[in-house]
Ligand binder design. Structure first.
Ligand code: ZN
Length: 92
């Protein structure tokens, strides 16, 4: 799907329509010392099989793509679109 790089839409902070820049959301890097990761590591320690299932294969062939939009006037950022797409193209 194609999406414009710039668009005019309502900004709740400016309380009017302004120009927004569009970018694609990307997941941040996982922290290995986060509580959830430490918990899973603790469960995997020692003998006794897998207590937390490892995801080996997924049936989905697409991902939910999220578009981030940022107001060029006040820098307010919000997200848009969480639709399953094979590819998201941000065009000029
Ligand atoms: Zn704004």
């Amino acid at each position: 799907m194609k999406y414009p790089r710039r668009l005019r839409t309502y900004c709740p902070r400016c309380v009017k329509h302004t120009e927004f820049t569009v970018s694609q959301y990307r997941k941040g890097k996982d922290r290995s010392l986060a509580e959830g990761n430490r918990r899973i590591e603790r469960k995997r320690e020692g003998y006794g099989g897998q207590r937390v299932a490892r995801q080996r294969r997924t049936s989905k062939t697409t991902r939910k793509q999220i578009v981030m939009i940022r107001c060029t006037v006040c820098d307010y950022q919000t997200s848009r679109l969480g639709v399953r797409l094979r590819r998201l193209e941000i065009t000029a």
